[in-house]
Design a protein around this ligand. Structure first.
Ligand SMILES: [Zn+2]
Length: 198
């Protein structure tokens, strides 16, 4: 177990870079899953993970230090493994703690020209669209099944009908002679594959 002893400024100096890399590491997979689509403007660009305002990396570091490792006025004794676990935990879930934005939108967000609400609204629209698409595909699946049922029913009806017709054709008509009947019967059987002509 590695332990750091010192003040907040020193901790940030020695571990700030490590924390930045860690953030990159834990957001990378989600960032890639966005396929380069900015959560705000929907343009396809290179994306960056932006902490939700008020929960930036430095603020989270300070919160964790104060909450778990403070031993005096600006004095900290930090179990580094425990710190790392808390730091990772503080960023979950990724989609609620980060926005994935293109450079332009990120610059606007950082300067306060793009508000938290505007981004959240854009994200909600995405979420609603996803739900709509899911519902549509569920409905079309329902429709598919209905069509399948109808067609299998009509198929059954057709084969019932065929069987009835075939049965009728197998009986001798009153007006035909036995010879005609046998000739006709052989043809019927042949046409239904019951009988092979030599
Ligand atoms: Zn954008």
């Amino acid at each position: 177990m590695w332990t750091f002893a010192g003040n907040k400024l020193e901790f940030k100096k020695y571990f700030g870079g490590y924390c930045r890399n860690k953030v990159h590491e834990i957001t990378n997979q989600y960032r890639k899953s966005r396929n380069g689509i900015c959560e705000y403007c929907k343009n396809k660009e290179e994306l960056q993970a932006a902490h939700v305002q008020g929960f930036e990396r430095i603020k989270l570091i300070e919160l964790i230090l104060n909450e778990y490792f403070k031993v005096g006025d600006d004095e900290y004794l930090v179990d580094l493994d425990a710190f790392e676990k808390e730091f990772i935990k503080a960023h979950q879930p990724i989609d609620k703690n980060f926005h994935f934005l293109c450079h332009k939108c990120l610059a606007k967000y950082d300067k306060g020209f793009l508000s938290e609400d505007e981004i959240l609204q854009a994200k909600n629209n995405d979420y609603n669209k996803l739900n709509v698409i899911e519902n549509i595909s569920k409905k079309s699946l329902c429709l598919d099944n209905k069509i399948k049922n109808i067609s299998s029913e009509s198929h059954r009806n057709t084969s019932d009908e065929l069987l009835k017709n075939t049965n009728n054709q197998l009986y001798k008509n009153e007006e035909e002679s036995v010879q005609d009947y046998v000739k006709r019967l052989l043809n019927v059987l042949f046409s239904k594959n019951y009988y092979l002509k030599k």
